[in-house]
Design a protein around this ligand. Sequence first.
Ligand code: MN
Ligand code: MN
Length: 325
Amino acid sequence: MPRTLLADPRRVPRFAGVCTFCRVPTIDQVAPENRPLDWIIYGAPFDTGTTYRPGARFGPRSIRDESAYVKPYHLIHDVMVSDVLSIADAGDAPVRAFSCEDNAKVMAEFAAALPDAKSARLFAVGGDHSIALPNLRATWERRGKPKGGLALIHLDSHVDTLDSTNFERYSHASPFIRAAEEGLIDPKRMLTIGIKGPLNSKEDFDYARDHGVTIVTCEQWRAEGAETVRRFIKSLGDAETYVTFDVDVVDPAYAPGTGTPSLGGMTSAEALGLLRSFAGVNVVGGDVVEVLPDRDVSGITALLAAHAMFEIISLDAVRRVRRAQ
Ligand code: MN
Ligand code: MN
């Protein structure tokens, strides 16, 4: 019996019906036998935290649209994700479009109050990267406020640990310094991978370096292959881990629809392969962010974001299947 009831695409085509993430049911549509939920996906249509080109507030709509073609069987992991996990779409979080700090507050309250708090893990679809902070707050709270904070795997061209930029402390440049200060994440169990330049200054790295963040630049990742990543993943053991995916980690040739593009990045195949290499990690929450549909070409960036979401949620399905064996 499938845990997530998806409309049969041979009877109801993927292009028909109300558009939800990956065609999962809305929360109201989930049958009692498929509760409690394992994952709740919601949109976070907010981009006031962006430092350059705005428009990611339209990301959730675009990603819902493109995700209609994401299918539930994971070929590499050999897992039928909809059989293992009960997943629902909770719609969009409320926004405060004129204040990053207020927005983080209302989004966190919304996400923390979503149903099935003991079981349902939260996946936020941005929006700019500032929306990771409220999803981390809600995830941390729903996991029982673990002392020491969650582990974090962060794919991005940018470190996102600046204290402030343009006098704003809650922008998309600062979600992880705020999360660390609030005790939501442990910087010593944080991996930032895909960093590439040019950056504003060498000091952009100060916080991460001084607080024990493992940084793997795009160049290092190419040179050393997956070795540092493998060591980091091994060191996590069963730690509760949040995975955050900024689409600008991927080269703009493959992901042009983003607000702060950075050249020389991964291909989409490399990024999806990297996410698959996290199999075994105890993923308790995640997000995909920074899709800017106005700059997108043929929906390619939104489609990548939809697939990244599927890869991250699939990691939990893989872990459950392995543990049941
Ligand atoms: Mn980012
Ligand atoms: Mn970025």
